[in-house]
Structure formats: C-alpha cells, structure tokens
Design a protein around this ligand. Structure first.
Ligand code: SF4
Ligand code: MG
Length: 291
C-alpha cells in the first residue's frame, strides 16, 4: 500500500479533537465536507487566507470541524457575517457553508442581496429539503407533497429552486450536484473557490433521519441510489428549468459562469470616478447658489 492510500488526504483539514461529529449515519453533510477538503487542496488557495462562516443547523457544524479560521454564527445570519468579514479584510477568501433552512429561509434576505451585490465569496449550500437540526420542519426548499413535522399532510407551498434564485439575483457562478456526485461536486467547489464574485454551489444531500424516513424514501444508501438513477447532467441549462419536485429527476451541472464587477470593485470605481470629477455630496446645491 502506498503512503498516499494510507493517509486520508482529508485528515489535515479536520479538527480531530472535535470528533466524533454529530451527524447521523447516512447523512450527506460529511460527504460534502470531504469534497470541500479536496476542493481546497486543488484550489491552490493559501489556507491561512481562507475563512469559513456557518449558520445554525446540522450543516452549520462544518465550520467547527475544519481547520480554517471559522465563524459559527447565529441562525440565518452567516451571509451577513461573511459580508462584514470580507469588507473588513478584502484579502480573505470567505466561504459561507450552511444548510437550506439557514441560508434560504431565515437568511434568504441576506442571500438575495449578497448575490445581487456580487459580494466576493463562495456559498456552499447543503440542501436536504428540510430543516434538519431543529426537528424536520418544512422549509422553503421542501417539495410538495413531502411530509414534514410542520406539514403532516404534506407540503403545499411552491419551493425555491436554488440555482434559479442565485442566477436571477446575479450570482456569477452557479452549480448543483448531489452527494452522490463527489467528483463533480469537488470540481464545482474548486471552481467556485477560484471564482471572483458571488459563487454558489448547491449540493442536494440526504437527511435520512428526518426527511427520508418520514417520507418512506429509505435510508442514506437508498437515497444515493435515487440520486444516481434520477440525476441528469445538463451543463449550461437555463436555471428556469432546474426546479425540483417530489421524487422527480434532479438536473445537475454548472449552469452559470460569467463575470461582472464585485461589490468592492464597483464601489471603488464609483468613488474614483466621483473624486476625479470633483466629488460633491450635493451637486444641486451648486446649481442653487449660482442662480
Ligand atoms: Fe444529517 Fe438529518 Fe441527522 Fe441532521 S438530522 S445530521 S441533516 S441526517
Ligand atoms: Mg436543511
């Protein structure tokens, strides 16, 4: 056996003193962390310059388990913290790693504005279609008619399609994979990490304890089989066509890769232009005095 196979390449990224982790058997979050660790290695980023921010939830635990400068913040506010962190130190590579409940429900407002502003950060959303840690409540990604703690007769609200949401708000990189697609997910995370601007990677992952069990969809392994059988790869697909419904096919791929000024670039350009033109706070006052 070579040295390479003896040592798990992910180990250097893990805070082993925090093990064992809290995740249930068959949960997909650990798989995404494995992809993330490999993506970091491949990205070529200096890890001393990478910060990770999580919110509350099972996926929110990721920040505490990886050897980066980590911020485990309040529920739904990971992107607000991440924005402050980036503006406080623009040299940092800021990664926001959280779940669908945290990022898209309680934190939905922060998500749309961070994407709109093209804040320079990478957002990785582990989407298990439900609130996990808080008890399996229905969330904005729960497809109809899935059963949840707070929807015992089945969800009926229209769910968010996260790639479409990110795209329409202005994200410059948008990809979706499942926990089954480890190589593709790793590549997407690496590309997102190396992208300037607001990059977004959604990973559909099982929550066998709350979502799959309640909906009689089998265990984690059965869910992996479902991802394998029902995923279709459509790189470049229009994000209007990638919505997920209950037990439907899952469209995966890289959907968006474009360039535009980040918030800081826009801010600096606007300030430079204003200063060059003789910056005036209230130009109409000059007009008033000259009358
Ligand atoms: Fe994973 Fe669900 Fe267990 Fe949370 S409750 S650790 S999301 S399987
Ligand atoms: Mg969730």
């Amino acid at each position: 056996m070579s040295d390479e196979t003896k040592v798990n390449p992910v180990i250097p990224f893990i805070r082993e003193d925090r093990m064992p982790h809290i995740w249930c058997p068959g949960c997909g979050i650990g798989t995404t962390v494995n992809c993330f660790a490999r993506a970091l290695t491949k990205s070529g980023l200096d890890l001393k310059n990478v910060s990770i921010v999580s919110g509350i939830g099972c996926s929110g635990r990721v920040a505490g388990y990886v050897k980066l400068d980590s911020f485990h913040t309040t529920h739904g506010r990971s992107l607000a913290f991440a924005t402050g962190l980036k503006l406080g130190n623009p040299d940092l590579k800021v990664v926001c790693y959280s779940g669908d409940g945290d990022l898209m429900a309680i934190g939905g407002n922060h998500f749309i504005h961070a994407a709109r502003r093209n804040m320079d950060m990478t957002v990785i959303c582990v989407n298990n279609l439900i609130y996990g840690m808080t008890g399996g409540q229905v969330g904005p990604t729960t497809p109809s008619p899935a059963v949840a703690t707070t929807a015992p007769y089945g969800a009926f609200e229209h769910p968010f399609s996260l790639p479409f949401l990110a795209d329409s708000c202005g994200a410059v990189y948008v990809a979706r994979w499942t926990a089954y697609h480890v190589r593709q997910a790793t590549k997407a995370m690496k590309e997102a990490l190396n992208k300037k601007g607001f990059s977004f990677v959604e990973i559909i992952a099982p929550c066998p304890t709350l979502y799959q069990r309640r909906n009689k969809l089998g265990d984690g392994l059965a869910t992996m089989q479902y991802y394998k059988d029902k995923s279709v790869v459509k790189n470049g697909c229009d994000t209007r066509d990638v919505g997920i419904s209950f037990q439907s096919e899952i469209v995966c791929g890289k959907f968006v890769d474009r360039d535009r000024d980040t918030w800081l670039e826009g801010y600096n350009k606007r300030n430079a232009a204003a200063m060059g033109a003789g910056y005036r706070d209230y130009p109409w006052r000059d007009e008033e005095t000259s009358k």
